[in-house]
Design a protein around this ligand. Structure first.
Ligand code: G3P
Ligand code: MG
Length: 232
């Protein structure tokens, strides 16, 4: 079972900051999940469209200049990092799950992603692009079929994982609150991986593992990895 640090190791450090990524690497996470929103011609690693929950600023990210975003404190003196900065920090050390939250210019996103991969020597096989926006995933499937895609859902769809198969996704990413055995079995029968968020309790980890779930997103990768070591 793969252990993804959710927004980095987000219980140990402020979510989606370089510090949270550094902790996740130190803990030995197999992958790191983080959220990306475009603003001012750049890809920023941040969860919300509005900055006040996670920073000392106010207002919409996409109404700010790069200089204004750079001045935000995302906690413990951390800046809101760019996609490039996170990729540079992580390098080849684990899977990068880039959750696309606010991509308004797909061509620019792909250009910046490709440039980062070239500069940093990161291969597509290390990347997993996920989104709740399935139209965006379909667009990416047309533009870059070789990039692995994860289809997020916050519910249990009527036809289980059929939508993800239609998107030719590698994986379905489901909410622990709605993930049931039937969904997992349906997804696996379609050849899809099942990754579940956000799983911080050992009891949930145990149940999901017994169902054959392939990975979990957790705010506590250290706890999950310690559990996994004794479970295997
Ligand atoms: O990618 C898994 C999970 O992060 C999706 O929900 O709101 O935490 O980004 P959210
Ligand atoms: Mg996310």
């Amino acid at each position: 079972m793969l252990i993804f640090a959710h927004r980095g190791a987000s219980k140990a450090a402020p979510e989606n900051t370089l510090k949270a990524m550094q902790y996740a690497l130190q803990m030995g996470a197999h992958g790191i999940e983080f959220d990306v929103i475009q603003a001012a011609g750049q890809c920023w690693v941040i969860h919300d469209a509005w900055v006040q929950r996670t920073t000392n600023g106010h207002g919409r990210l996409d109404q700010m200049t790069q200089a204004q975003i750079r001045q935000l404190d995302a906690g413990e003196g951390q800046q809101v990092p760019t996609l490039f900065e996170v990729m540079a920090l992580v390098g080849n050390r684990c899977v990068l799950n880039i959750e696309l939250k606010g991509i308004t210019d797909v061509a620019l996103f792909l250009k910046q992603l490709d440039s980062a991969c070239d500069t940093l020597g990161i291969e597509y096989k290390q990347l997993l692009l996920s989104s709740f926006d399935h139209q965006l995933l379909a667009q990416l499937a047309r533009l870059r079929p070789e990039l692995a895609r994860g289809a997020l859902t916050a519910s249990c769809p009527l036809h289980y994982a059929a939508f993800a198969e239609e998107l030719d996704a590698l994986s379905v990413h489901t909410d622990v609150a709605f993930t049931n055995l039937e969904f997992v079995q349906d997804a696996k029968a379609r050849g899809l991986k099942v990754y579940v968020y956000t799983v911080d309790e050992v009891q949930d980890m145990q149940r999901l593992k017994s169902w054959g779930v392939d990975g979990i997103f957790t705010n506590l990768p250290d706890r999950a990895l310690a559990w996994l070591q004794q479970a295997d």
